[in-house]
Design a protein around this ligand. Structure first.
Ligand code: HEC
Ligand code: HEC
Ligand code: HEC
Ligand code: HEC
Ligand code: HEC
Ligand code: HEC
Ligand code: HEC
Ligand code: HEC
Ligand code: HEC
Ligand code: HEC
Length: 373
């Protein structure tokens, strides 16, 4: 008896689902009859009105609350910073009007689904119904009436991909409309801006790829590696800071949005960048080693090296670039010198020069002038 009832229930569910699917399918077909590209210009306003769901721009808070209980939560939702978003200008469709997110989603349901997991569209959707939910698409893509009438017309909507009719300036102006200043104070004139990058070379607000930062890849380092593969590869060398291990990112040292220091460093000098983590190297010391004060990169490569401790050259060659044939028997040390006599030169063994000159970054010992202590 129980199995009989069970299968009856299954049968009923099956029938209901089939009926529902049929109903949905015909509704979708009715709604989405796409304009054929050839005669799209012959569409009248009433054709468009018939094909598209009604515009929801400007629907008052109360109107929408009464109209549909399912949108009531939107209108009473929290006020978010997205609430009074303005619709940016699209220079190639200057007369277009805003038509509201519902209309976009009638044709772009898949994009809406993906974007609803990402911070921007999600926040628009929970916002209060001023321009919040309605502006969920057009706050970035610009007013959409021209595009909805003729979707294949290039430039009818602001598009953010390379080869789109919207220039990088138009694209970045949209984002900078809400994100000007702060870290992006030096965007204009930065090397990335000058080379025609758009915000969306690194960011993708339509999909949730990264935990934070609305990035176009899963992590900051992967984003940079889309173009700077060579730099990321250097971090695989024998000596490297723990960036591939996930403990650092390119943005610990660089500001990809632009900075006053070449090459896009976050601080005023290379050394200040290094001091931000290696504070003990800042000094001041009683006995300073001139090349250290000048620039850490005299001896280190920040991205990785096959020598020990990120050194740019093997020891003792590193030191001998600057110190040869001076007072202390400091004649040029080569591999051949090792063979001389029964006792090879200690300046070549162990840690070479820093076996004795241990405090090579500077010394605070009263008798540390030679960096021995
Ligand atoms: C009538 C259906 C329809 C509506 C309504 C519609 N779109 Fe589109 N949209 C399309 C089609 C079809 C394409 C593809 C056009 C092509 O491939 O040339 C498209 C393309 C786009 C593109 C890419 C354009 C490009 O140049 O690469 C964007 C961005 C876009 N739509 C956003 C929107 C937004 C935002 C809205 C709401 C304001 C909207 N669409 C409303 C049908 C529609
Ligand atoms: C925060 C700004 C922002 C919002 C809000 C936004 N988009 Fe986008 N949209 C973008 C960016 C940036 C891209 C390009 C993504 C990429 O790099 O592929 C894009 C891409 C698209 C594309 C694909 C275009 C192409 O060239 O293939 C469509 C369609 C689209 N958006 C529709 C929508 C719809 C519909 C909504 C509302 C639900 C929406 N967008 C909301 C910024 C936005
Ligand atoms: C209508 C205003 C508006 C527009 C347009 C806009 N954003 Fe945002 N965006 C915000 C707000 C509000 C936040 C969340 C608060 C914050 O972090 O400042 C945010 C956050 C972000 C974040 C940080 C996300 C995180 O997880 O911390 C990034 C990255 C971002 N936006 C990039 C963009 C890009 C790229 C564009 C252009 C395609 C864009 N935004 C367009 C309002 C906007
Ligand atoms: C070369 C890649 C790149 C470009 C181009 C880029 N960004 Fe970013 N952006 C990043 C990375 C990486 C982060 C994450 C930084 C972090 O978490 O330290 C970020 C963070 C952000 C944030 C959130 C953190 C903050 O500073 O408030 C916003 C907002 C943002 N970018 C907006 C923009 C806008 C607007 C543009 C275009 C004018 C842009 N970005 C261009 C790589 C880029
Ligand atoms: C879409 C490609 C692209 C992406 C992604 C990208 N860059 Fe760049 N980057 C460039 C180009 C192009 C240049 C200019 C190279 C040149 O002129 O030799 C550049 C130059 C630089 C420079 C050197 C600046 C100078 O003054 O010489 C730094 C540093 C840099 N990028 C860091 C980053 C970081 C960090 C990221 C990730 C957040 C990143 N880039 C992501 C394309 C990109
Ligand atoms: C520990 C700090 C630090 C980290 C982390 C770092 N950089 Fe750099 N980067 C520098 C410094 C310092 C320079 C200047 C080198 C010079 O002047 O020779 C530089 C130079 C550059 C340059 C321009 C010249 C060159 O050497 O190619 C690019 C591009 C660059 N970095 C990209 C990146 C990328 C991409 C990442 C992440 C994979 C990254 N950097 C991580 C400190 C860092
Ligand atoms: C964001 C923090 C940070 C910044 C900025 C930074 N470092 Fe590091 N550095 C580290 C960490 C973490 C380690 C690994 C320490 C460890 O393993 O004990 C490290 C290790 C090193 C090492 C030793 C590597 C080895 O193989 O033992 C050198 C040399 C070094 N850093 C030089 C620099 C230089 C030069 C700069 C400036 C261009 C710099 N660092 C900037 C975090 C940083
Ligand atoms: C004259 C060359 C030279 C300069 C310039 C230099 N270093 Fe070094 N650094 C070395 C040598 C050699 C070692 C290896 C020391 C050892 O094996 O004991 C080293 C090791 C390190 C280490 C890892 C071991 C430790 O002492 O913590 C760090 C971190 C470091 N340097 C940071 C810096 C920073 C930051 C700067 C710039 C302020 C800098 N170095 C400038 C030669 C130099
Ligand atoms: C980029 C050039 C450069 C490099 C590389 C360099 N030094 Fe120096 N070093 C100097 C300069 C300049 C002075 C200061 C000389 C002076 O005051 O007469 C100095 C001073 C010294 C002194 C103190 C000597 C004195 O007369 O005050 C010692 C010891 C020393 N360096 C050892 C080393 C060792 C060991 C290395 C390798 C780890 C090294 N140096 C790498 C440029 C360099
Ligand atoms: C066995 C220990 C030892 C080793 C190894 C060593 N030094 Fe020295 N170094 C000294 C001593 C001790 C002095 C001080 C000599 C003095 O006061 O006359 C000195 C002094 C110096 C001076 C200052 C000399 C001057 O002109 O007054 C320089 C520069 C120097 N060393 C560089 C180097 C370099 C480069 C190496 C590696 C090739 C090296 N040292 C390896 C012990 C060592």
């Amino acid at each position: 008896m129980r199995t009989f009832r069970g299968s009856l229930a299954v049968l009923w569910t099956y029938l209901l689902v089939m009926v529902a699917l049929w109903a949905m399918n015909s509704a979708v077909l009715a709604q989405q009859a796409p304009p054929r590209s050839g005669d799209s210009t012959k569409l009248t306003q009433s054709d468009i009105d018939r094909m598209l769901p009604p515009t929801d721009m400007g629907a008052g808070v109360h109107a929408s609350k009464e109209a549909s209980p399912s949108t009531a939560s939107m209108s009473t939702g929290p006020a978010t910073p997205f609430d009074s978003a303005h619709i940016p200008n699209n220079p190639s469709a200057p007369n277009a009007q805003a038509i509201g997110a519902k209309t976009c989603n009638a044709c772009h349901a898949l994009e809406d689904l993906h974007a609803s997991h990402a911070m921007h569209v999600q926040s628009f959707q929970v916002g209060a119904a001023n321009t919040g939910p309605q502006a969920a698409c057009e706050a970035c893509h610009g007013p959409g009436s021209d595009h909805a009438k003729n979707p294949t017309a290039k430039g009818s909507i602001i598009a953010f991909t390379h080869g789109s009719a919207s220039t990088p300036e138009t694209q970045t102006a949209v984002c900078l409309g809400c994100h000007t200043g702060g870290a992006r104070q030096h965007w204009l004139g930065s090397v990335h801006e000058a080379r025609g990058l758009s915000c969306t070379d690194c960011h993708n607000p339509m999909v949730r790829y990264s935990a934070e930062g609305a990035l176009a890849k899963s992590s900051i380092n992967q984003v940079c590696a889309t173009c700077h593969q060579d730099v990321l590869a250097k971090f695989n060398r024998r000596s490297h800071m723990p960036l591939p291990e996930g403990q650092m990112a390119c943005t610990d040292c660089h500001n990809p949005h632009g900075s006053v220091t070449r090459p896009l460093l976050k601080t005023d000098t290379v050394n200040d960048t290094c001091y931000s983590c290696h504070a003990e190297k800042r000094g001041p010391f009683i006995f300073e080693h001139a090349p250290v004060r000048e620039n850490c990169l005299n001896c280190h490569d920040p991205h990785g090296s096959n020598q020990q401790t990120l050194l740019v050259l093997p020891m003792p060659m590193l030191c001998q670039q600057c110190h040869t044939m001076s007072g202390h028997p400091n004649d040029l040390q080569t591999r051949q010198s090792m063979r001389n006599g029964l006792t090879p030169d200690e300046r070549l063994m162990g840690r070479a020069c820093v076996t004795c000159h241990t405090n090579i970054h500077g010394s605070n010992n009263p008798s540390g002038s030679m960096f021995h202590q």
